[in-house]
Design a protein around this ligand. Sequence first.
Ligand code: FES
Length: 102
Amino acid sequence: MNALEAKELVVVKIEARHGRVFRSGRARYFLLRHKGELHAVPDACAHRGGPLSKGSVDECKGTVTCPMHQLKTSLKLLMPKALPAVRVGTEVRVVCESETVD
Ligand code: FES
């Protein structure tokens, strides 16, 4: 496969719940509520991969604090890495590279 070949993408349905963790391929994501919207963002702290889904979100400061060593990550840095997602009723439909969602 060369870099120009398109990857096969799938749309998966996930219960719309803040903090919901799921996998797409090898990567782990979680649903994060920010400004009233749910986003599917990477569940790995930039420091040592700690689970941001278990951290605390400060909506006012726009940060999530990692539970491992309390590093604060700007939500502005996480959003560009988020998977495309849209909420439909009680579920979120996320565009993933694989169907291995758990
Ligand atoms: S792993 Fe997140 S702060 Fe260290």
